[in-house]
Structure formats: structure tokens, C-alpha cells
Write a protein that binds this ligand. Sequence first.
Ligand code: 5AD
Ligand code: FES
Length: 358
Amino acid sequence: MTHELILAWLRETDERRLEELWRQADTVRREHVGDEVHLRGLIEISNHCVRQCGYCGLRAGRRDLQRYRMTASKILACARRAVEFGYGTVVLQAGEDYRLTGPWVADVVRHIKAETPLAVTLSLGERADEELALWRVGGADRYLLRFETSNAELYRRIHPPRRPTDDTAGQDPPWHTRVKILRRLRELGYEIGSGVMIGIPGQTFDDLARDIELFRELDLDMIGVGPYIAHSETPLGRDPPASGGADQVPNTEAMTYKVVALARLVCPGANIPSTTALATLNLAAGRELGLSRGANVVMPNLTPVEYRALYEIYPAKACIRETADDCHRCLRGRILSIGRTVGSGRGDSRRRSAAGVK
Ligand code: 5AD
Ligand code: FES
């Protein structure tokens, strides 16, 4: 698929022609990963973060948010629920929180692996090489790290360096840090996932087409995308730059489906979730439409209810009042309602080059 073709689909507005994109994505999904929809139990283990991402509600600069960090025993209890619900994986996600130390995380992973048959996915930010290696040895199977945008200038604008002294001028574009980490994770034997936000202020159609081409180049096992949702407690939400006009990608539901479908076409064997951000835009049918247009994964939330509202990456997130039971029932029902089946087992990557590697 050429850059021009990707761009043409992203700019397509004719509903009838778009039906053709949905059909292609759905066919490729069925041929490569089948009708099973895998359930990944999400555990939001800490909302502390040292970073200052311009768009994210967990950013360090935010003073009005109560912070929490789950104990190892609570995380283990959530993992046991995942087994009861029949999930193949748990995803441990947090802000970039160094109080979740390398050895502590390794220990949690080892416990989950010793007590359950679950695949363990980590999503803990840009951590040191040694930590990623340690967690892999402890049994972690997968790692998620979105590169957010492949446009270096836009990336720089919304991601201040970790310390003011980390001046990246004259070095690689800063998003290369994440791409480098992803390549390193692959070397360590992780399945790797990445993705972007859709409709970041300043993101052009050309940028988004390049993002999709980077999914293909990285040969991702997992691709998570969702609409950018403005958060009033962040600099980007409070004070967005003047609109880029016709080149600005809208942060809409329709645009998100296009990216899900195109991600399926460029990475046919990838695991692609129909995300919570999509459900946040369309609670009634967003998840189902994502699943019908290329996605094959959903991520029921296992986080204890007392913490859910505090993991406020963006406002009005879906499922902040529901319990793990609610989300489980809700998602099973939605999967069955569209004639798909609930996946069993770990739902390992079907990426072509993964075959034989395991
Ligand atoms: N709107 C949508 N998605 C967001 N994320 C962070 N902040 C926002 C926002 N305001 C996404 C980022 C991050 C993931 C965990 O959540 O893509 O990688
Ligand atoms: Fe949480 Fe539907 S997935 S209530």
C-alpha cells in the first residue's frame, strides 16, 4: 500500500466508498486472525508520572489529581480475576513511575507468571534497558509503547525532555528514543505494540499516513490507536495552537476507524484493539464498529473501582464507574452481538515473521 493510497483513504469522505475500506479491513482481519476477539485485562497500577506530556492528564505538572499506586497483592488479586474471567493476558499500565522500581516490577511479573497461565504485557513508559531486560527474564511477554506521532517537530512540541538538560538538539529526532526502545524490546524477545493518537492539534494527513507506514516498518505485533481527546488540565487542552486548516487531522470517530482499518491492511496479523478512547466518543457502538473495521481485541478494565476515575488520561473516559464484572459482561455481550467469538488462550501474535521465532 503506497503513501498516496493511504493518504487518499484518510481523506476519503464518501460513505459508500468507505464501505469498501471497511470491507477490505474486515476480510483481511478474518483471513489472518479469525473471528476470535481476545480479551486483555487492563490493570492501571499507578497514576504517578514524572513526564510532562502536553496532552496527558497524568502529567507530572498536574496538581489537582490525587495519585495512587497499587500494592503488589492488589495487582495479584486483579490477575486472579483475569484468570476467572478466562482472559489470556493482563496489561500492567502506569505513568512513567520510577517508584515502580525495576526489581519490584520483576517480582510482580514473576508472581503472576508463577501463579497463573497469563501472558504478561507491560506498558510502563520509557524505561531503562536493564529494566526491560530484567522484566523479560522475569517472564514479561509483551510491551506497549506508543510513539504517538512520527512527525519529529510535533513530537518535540508535546513531549518536553525528561530533564531540562536532556537537550536533544542535533541528535536523533526524539521519537527515535521510543522507536529505539521498541527495536530493543523486540531483540529482547518481547512482542511489541505501539500506536498513535489521531487528531493531535498540528497533526497533518501526511503525518498520519507516515505513522501508518511506520507501523508496517516496525512490523508491530500490536497496534493501539485512539482519538486525541482534549483535557482542560493540560497545556495542549487549555491552549491549543491555531488550527492547521484543511491539513489538520480531525480527532473524530470516523478518522479513528480509518486508521484501525488501514493498520489492519498494513499489518494483517497484528492484534489491534478497539480502544476505550473510541468507546468514549461513541459509547453505544464504538467498540463494535472498531471490531467490524479491522480490530480483533478489546481491553476490559480490571482496575479496582476506587482507582478508575483517578487514571484520568483524558476526561469522561468510558468505564470509570463500572466494576471488573460489569466490563467483563459488557464486552462479552458486545462481541457475541456482532457474531464473533470470545478468544481463548493467550492470543499470541500472528505477525508473519513471528512464526517460528517462538
Ligand atoms: N487523549 C487521547 N489519548 C491520550 N493518551 C494520553 N493522553 C491522551 C488524550 N488526551 C494516550 C496516549 C498514551 C496512552 C496511554 O493514552 O497515546 O500512549
Ligand atoms: Fe466497561 Fe462496557 S467495557 S462497561
